[in-house]
Write a protein that binds this ligand. Structure first.
Ligand code: GDP
Length: 646
């Protein structure tokens, strides 16, 4: 296409388009020159972005961010902005990226800020234990409830599948076709979830597709999805993320309905997809299995109503019920900071009914519901189980996964919040091969979930086969996910959510994933010999893999002058010549190169004051416990014991 043709099609002057192109670093001599498709697309996004930007809101939004890598398109979904706006930000930075280019977390943060959105990476994480306890309380409360009070609640659905297989478009077409009555014609807004009505019943869809979102909520202890719709493009068949999604759903014990998408395409081959999925335990009903498959086209809407019917059928089998009376409880699925309205959270109600005026706590913060907005942005007075609702009246922006708990009064809410804030919380104990090994000794029947990442399929299969032979009556080994490729952030999240350890074979781990693993205390073990994996696992299940300790030197001090006191004994006026001397460490005395004593420090002082540590270049007074015969010139070494890395 020529520049002037493009300008014409966009209703712009060719000079304007040439100006935009020069912003992109492309200098053209005349409007007769041809542009390639990438250029055309970029100009179009720029133009679209210009129009968009003029009516963009000035409110800065805060969106919690796990620091994971994603493709540009996913970033647009996370930020809830039009791709064209995001593209414009990319172009302004002088970068050329396409929809499927991977975006580093730092770039994501930068791009977001250009769009007046703050991606908050260090948002306070809710204590997983607090969430678990809150969920336990919900469950206990559930048991106490009068069974007669339980009524059917809408199923909550997450859409997963490989990138570009049509998750977003499917969510869009479901919403467009079926937004709840009464809101017809109304503008729907993105609040993280929406409900559709089918024959007088409701279905709730979480609006953030993909297993990363699904598992990150679960890793925080909050599982809210009842059914997963696995989208597979019928023309392409299964892809790595299809399999990853299956593993994530299975690890969470969530049933899968397969949507065979893009059936409008002539190349669509649904039977081939079914055959591929049989290998992943998704045997279709019509072949004697239990998995529901629904052919659909997100493009033209075919099959969407069948899909909704099938979701309700699956929900019927699960007998999803909740008590709409009583104290409300819900899970935060999204949150943001509005300049005008303050912190806002989208809450999915688990039980009870949230009403305007209700007092509540989220984590350690009390609040009172000032207003409720439904998925169409309409003010409502209440929200019942299964419904997503925006809650206004919070004091802080909560992290997704946090639990909202209703309280009888404002006073109760404040008291609960205060007790939470001062509560010394028990910490999540991550599983490691060593902790497993310890547990085995205590005779505990245990289960070890494993995630395998290997360089090639051959080694992956060999590892799975050899793990199958590691037997023990006390421990069940279970591979919940295996794939080829480097260890990534999704693996860490899955491990965290399922209390699994990750075994890497001949692969690397990217920096973000390593960070996340450190923060979330997920054990990632790297190997290059299969035998070693089998050996470690065997030892672990037999209770033989004890942590080994080694002594390392933290520093040395040289004795310069001795002071003898009748009460205290000998104080060695010393000078720290390397590292640091630590009061609580083990003390070793060297004379020449010979060790003459090993024991404890009795005291460590800087002038008159007790010191915990003294660093290189400083003088200090040392009393070694039980060793009186120090001499000038002796060297005192400080040693600590540390778990040996295998
Ligand atoms: P996601 O990455 O899974 O969210 O995929 P998208 O929903 O963004 O879809 C990827 C591409 O496939 C887009 O260009 C869609 O328009 C297209 N697409 C999605 N569903 C269909 C479908 O049913 N038929 C056809 N022909 N194209 C589709």
């Amino acid at each position: 296409m020529k520049v002037n043709e493009l300008a014409h099609s966009l209703g712009k002057h060719p000079r304007e388009i040439m100006g935009l192109l020069s912003e992109l670093g492309v200098r053209l001599k005349n409007p007769q020159q041809r542009l390639d498709q990438t250029m055309i697309d970029q100009v179009k996004s720029l133009v679209a972005g210009n129009i968009e930007a003029s009516d963009a809101s000035t409110e800065a939004r805060v969106i919690p961010f796990l620091g994971n890598r994603m493709v540009l398109k996913e970033l647009a979904t996370l930020l809830d902005v039009d791709l064209s706006r995001l593209m414009r930000a990319v172009l302004e930075k002088g970068m050329l990226l396409n929809l499927n280019s991977e975006v580093e977390p730092s770039l994501a943060i930068e791009l977001a800020s250009k769009l007046n959105i703050i991606l908050e990476t260090d948002a306070p994480k809710p204590e997983t234990d607090t969430i678990r306890r809150a969920l336990d309380r919900i469950e206990e409360a559930e048991l106490d409830r009068d069974p007669g009070a339980l009524v059917e609640r809408p199923p909550v659905i997450t859409i997963m599948g490989h990138v570009d297989h049509g998750k977003t478009r499917l969510l869009d077409s479901i919403r467009k076709a079926n937004v709840m009555l009464g809101e017809a014609g109304g503008i729907t807004q993105h609040i993280g979830a929406y409900q559709v009505g089918v024959n007088g019943r409701k279905i709730t869809f979480l609006d953030t597709p993909g297993h990363a979102a699904f598992t990150s909520l679960r890793a925080r202890g909050a599982q809210i999805t009842d059914i997963t719709v696995l989208v597979v493009a019928a023309d392409e068949g299964i892809k790595p993320q299809t399999i990853e999604a299956i593993h994530h759903a299975k690890a969470a014990n969530v049933p899968i309905i397969v949507a065979l998408n893009k059936m409008d395409k002539p190349e669509a081959d649904p039977d081939r997809v079914k055959q591929q999925l049989v290998d992943h335990d998704l045997l279709p009903e019509e072949w004697g299995g239990r998995t529901i498959y629904v052919p659909v086209s997100a493009k033209n809407g075919d099959g969407i109503s069948d899909l909704l019917d099938m979701i309700l059928l699956q929900a019927d089998m699960m007998e999803l019920r909740a008590d709409p009376s009583g104290m409300p409880q819900g899970v935060v699925i999204e949150s943001r900071l509005s300049r005008k309205k303050g912190p806002i959270a989208t809450v999915l109600v688990k039980s009870g009914t949230i009403r305007v005026g209700d007092s509540f706590v989220i984590d350690a913060t009390a609040g009172r519901v000032r207003a409720l907005l439904n998925d169409c942005g309409d003010k409502v007075n209440e929200a019942t189980p299964g419904a997503p609702v925006e809650v206004l009246g919070l004091v802080e922006v909560p992290t997704p996964g946090a639990i909202l708990e209703g309280c009888a009064s404002e006073k109760d809410a404040k008291e609960l919040a205060t007790s939470r804030a001062t509560d010394s919380q028990g910490h999540y104990r991550p599983i490691t091969l060593e902790s497993l090994s310890d547990g085995v000794e205590q005779g505990a029947g245990q289960r070890l979930n494993l995630i395998i990442k290997a360089d090639v399929n051959g080694s992956m299969e060999a590892i799975i086969a050899s793990i199958g032979q590691v037997g023990s009556t006390d421990v069940t080994l279970s591979v919940i996910h295996a794939a080829t490729g480097p260890v990534n952030e999704n693996d860490i999240m899955l491990a965290r959510a399922s209390n699994a350890i990750i075994i890497g074979f001949g692969v690397s781990i990217n920096a973000e994933a390593q960070n996340m693993a450190d923060n979330e205390s997920v054990e990632v073990k790297m190997y290059s010999i299969i035998y070693q994996i089998v050996d470690d696992l065997t030892k672990a299940v037999q209770g033989l893999l004890k942590p080994e300790f080694e002594e390392i030197e933290t520093g040395r001090a040289e004795v310069r002058q001795l002071f003898r006191f009748s009460k205290l004994g000998v104080i060695a006026g010393s000078y720290v010549i390397s590292g640091k001397i630590i009061r609580s460490a083990t003390a070793k005395v060297l004379r020449g190169n010979k060790e003459v004593f090993k024991g404890k420090f009795h005291s460590l002082k800087r002038f008159q004051d007790d010191a915990k540590e003294v660093a290189t270049g400083f003088e200090c007074g040392i009393v070694v416990d039980g060793f009186e015969s120090l001499q000038e010139g002796d060297v005192i070494v400080s040693m600590v014991s540390q778990e040996k890395k295998r």
